[in-house]
Design a binder for this molecule. Structure first.
Ligand code: ARG
Length: 285
């Protein structure tokens, strides 16, 4: 049985067959999948030489609103995106700002449920989804992904005194996840829907763990570190559940913008800006 779980874990880490998590969620799963406009943080409105057509990087006419790069995210995923007061900050916010600057666009960040991001990009409400989003073949059926800009690892958070010491120990336990994330998808595939409790935010899943409503939380490593640092009595298991690539998602019809974004990402990688942004938010451990 243990072997079986492990091989299932491997298979699911690679294969991606399901479009979503556990279907209609229990508890607080949002049923409105529309773009929640709340907290629409207008991150720095200093448009950099907007629409300068002479500029080879110009993205004039390629975005939903001319002169603006509209980014869809779910801003409860530190250090990739989170609120500092009214402002959405974090790795993805900084990267988007750097990309927007390169393309001569003003950045506008729209906060929404994680599950609404792909829809927002598909339906032309946003130009890019940037949300620590993992590249998955099933998602690629709905959106294009840019070149990857970071690596994520799915990890397991448990209470410090938990009897869960390895992935196999998760069998028969309640696992908390953020709805429609890869943690949700993997947990459902490997342990069955009944074992999984879905929450709208990763922080809510962690809260449920501290309250003993779930036994473990399956989530990306950097947010996991953040949640563990901010909640007493939690720890991250040593085992990696799955290693993933993060990328921006874009509308399938907009190859021109995809090219510009990829070119910008490449420049940011080459000139060290990307690494600087990572280092600003992630301290070596
Ligand atoms: N990497 C995971 C996924 O793509 C989780 C991303 C959650 N991001 C967020 N901003 N809440 O499914």
């Amino acid at each position: 049985m243990k072997k079986k779980i492990l091989s299932m874990l491997l298979v699911t880490a690679m294969a991606a067959s399901m479009l979503c998590g556990c279907g209609t969620g229990s508890n607080d799963a949002a049923d409105e999948s529309g773009v929640a406009d709340e907290g629409d943080a207008d991150s720095e409105s200093d448009a950099a030489d907007e629409g300068d057509a002479a500029d080879g990087d110009s993205a004039a006419g390629l975005t939903v609103n001319d002169g603006v790069l509209t980014m869809a995210t779910n801003a409860y995923f530190p250090p990739y995106e989170y609120y500092e007061g009214d402002e959405i900050v974090g790795i993805d916010a900084d990267i988007a700002k750097a990309i927007a600057d390169k393309l001569g666009l003003e950045l506008k960040i729209e906060d929404m449920e994680f599950e609404a991001i792909i829809l927002a990009v598909q339906s032309g409400k946003a130009d890019i989804g940037l949300a620590g989003m993992t590249v998955r073949p099933d998602r690629q059926e709905s959106v294009n992904f840019s070149d990857t800009y970071a690596t994520g690892i799915q990890v397991v958070i448990v209470k410090e005194d938990s009897d869960i010491k390895s992935l196999e120990d998760l069998e028969g336990k309640k696992i908390g996840v953020q709805l429609m994330t890869t943690g949700d998808i993997f947990a459902c595939e490997d342990f069955g829907e009944d074992a999984v409790e879905q929450y709208n935010k990763g922080a809510d899943a962690v809260m449920a763990l501290t309250q003993g409503k779930v036994d473990a939380v399956l989530i990306d490593n950097e947010p996991a570190k953040n949640f563990v640092a901010n909640n007493e009595g939690l720890k991250i298991l040593d085992t990696e559940y799955a290693v993933e690539d993060y990328a921006a998602c874009l509308n399938k019809e907009n190859d021109a913008l995809l090219e510009k974004i990829n070119a910008a990402i490449k420049e940011l990688k080459d000139d060290g800006t990307l690494q600087e942004i990572m280092d600003k938010y992630i301290t070596a451990d």
